[in-house]
Design a protein around this ligand. Structure first.
Ligand SMILES: [Zn+2]
Length: 492
């Protein structure tokens, strides 16, 4: 295969043992099909074909009124389909912006999300994605590619000129035979470790995040009296976990330099301690803590780590906690640590993705009924993860169900009107907010909720606690209408 951006070039003539070796247009390498124009069209077509084969099997087992539970479909999608399509996404992500590629990805995803929310096949991708709480595939692919770049240290485009916290290289790690056995003890109440005496140093560490600011602190005590304290400030993008580790790092550095014979370090973050004692962990701060502990003057058996439960009244811990909060709230100035964790990058990327998705959702021509309930994709993303709609609820939220208006649109019924008035089409807003047939039930609901249900209030109801009450009413109404329409169809 020849990859070049020249329009005119000589094809190389290769011979092997007197036999001419021909050129090929695409090569599959490590599961990624690379073509000579680097369009990745063939790769996308391959993975989509693979996913469609999966869909065919799923479609046989998951129908609207029976078959696989929607949660099973969701698990299959998350665990099998998405990874199949997103394999090596960082290599071919730029191709996902192309219209033809997006169309293919959308077609594949639409089938699966319809199964997840048990929607009719006519439901649009926009609606189904919102109700399933899943992100469009092309955006997911871009997100994965961006995360890969950030992990490699190329974060300017997404995060600005901050640096990511990179793991320690394997080459810098000590040989497994050399790393000593590290452990930490649990301190459940006061006074369990070696009783403080003039020889032993007690260091309490803590990290804290308050009002979006991060700080860490250590309080050094001899004979239960504080001899010195240190406060550290971290960048606001850092996590409490990083703050706890940084405090441990400073504490071990202090212990390593001190002339004390014994030292106990107390920390209230179990996860931070577990990272420290895990010899194979590549976390850069934990790595430094281990280095400090091995180079310390205090013999390893006398340098002890303790986990202390937070807020149970251990004095030193409370002191470190208040120092750390104070450090976090200190006026702006130099920060002691500013590498952002990967979790922060993930959160930022997800926010960007949701923003783009929301723009697409709000400017789309489809999903008008779904937009009535969920005007904003970001809010919907939060809500649907709690309610997980499917079946009759999906019919209400999409308008694709046994309503006269819908049945008429797809030529299954002669008239689109409701039984209450031949001039009024039987649509979701009509049956939920206007139709006199359900007037009494609606009145009861409004009494219970304390608000009028209508086009204007419904988005607010969906966000709040009254959602379940409202959805059960909507489900009952929808079921009654579907029943009415199906029995009419039989009579005809
Ligand atoms: Zn009506």
């Amino acid at each position: 295969m020849v990859i070049t951006n020249k329009l005119k070039f000589d094809s190389p003539a290769l011979t092997m043992g007197g036999v001419r070796v021909g050129l090929s247009r695409a090569i599959k390498i490590l599961g990624l099909t690379v073509d000579d124009k680097l369009t990745f069209n063939e790769h996308v077509a391959n993975v989509c074909r693979k996913a469609l084969n999966l869909y065919k099997q799923l479609a046989r087992a998951a129908k609207i009124h029976w078959g696989l539970n929607p949660e099973v479909s969701r698990t299959i999608y998350n665990a099998v389909v998405e990874p199949v399509i997103m394999y090596a996404a960082s290599a071919w992500a730029p191709a996902a912006h192309k219209k033809c590629v997006r169309r293919q990805l959308d077609a594949v995803q639409r089938g699966f999300v319809q199964k997840i929310v048990k929607a009719y096949r006519t439901v649009s991708l926009n609606s189904a994605l919102i109700l399933a709480g899943l992100l469009p595939l092309d955006l997911r692919i871009q997100e994965a590619a961006d995360l890969y770049e950030i992990k490699r240290g190329l974060s300017q485009r997404v995060i600005g000129n901050r640096e990511v916290e990179k793991p320690v290289s394997f080459l810098d790690m000590p040989h497994p035979a050399h790393g000593g056995e590290l452990s930490f003890a649990h301190l459940t109440g006061e006074g369990e470790p070696d009783q403080p005496d003039g020889q032993s140093l007690h260091i309490y560490t803590d990290g804290s995040k308050i009002e979006g600011k991060v700080g860490a602190a250590l309080s050094v005590q001899i004979n239960n009296t504080e001899t010195e304290s240190h406060q550290l400030r971290l960048d606001s993008v850092c996590s409490v976990y990083q703050a706890e580790l940084l405090a441990l790092e400073r504490a071990t550095a202090l212990a390593a330099e001190s002339a004390a014979q014994e030292c106990s370090i107390f920390c209230d973050s179990r996860s931070a301690l577990e990272t420290v004692v895990n010899n194979v962990s590549l976390h850069p701060i934990a790595f430094k803590v281990r280095q400090n502990m091995t180079t310390s003057n205090i013999p390893p058996k006398k340098l002890k780590l303790f986990w202390v439960k937070a807020h149970i009244g251990v004095e030193g811990n409370e002191r470190a906690d208040s120092l750390a909060k104070d450090a976090a709230l200190r006026p702006q100035g130099e920060v002691d640590y500013d590498r952002f964790p990967v979790s922060y990058a993930k959160r930022q990327l997800r926010l960007n993705t949701l923003g783009e998705w929301n723009r697409r959702y709000q400017s789309g021509t489809t999903a008008s009924i779904t937009r009535m309930f969920f005007p904003c994709a970001l809010e919907a993303y939060r809500v649907v993860r709690k309610m997980r709609p499917f079946g009759i609820q999906t019919q209400v939220l999409t308008g694709h169900g046994g309503l006269s208006e819908y049945l008429h649109r797809f030529k299954c019924k002669e008239s689109p009107s409701c039984t209450c008035d031949p001039d009024v089409p039987e649509s979701v807003p009509h049956i939920l907010f206007e139709c006199p047939v359900f007037g009494r039930e609606r009145e009861d609901l409004q009494q219970k909720l304390g608000v009028n249900v209508g086009m204007r209030t419904v988005a607010g109801i969906m966000q709040g606690r009254k959602r379940e009450e409202f959805m059960s009413f909507a489900g009952r109404v929808m079921e009654a209408v579907c029943k009415r329409n199906s029995s009419n169809a039989i009579e005809r």
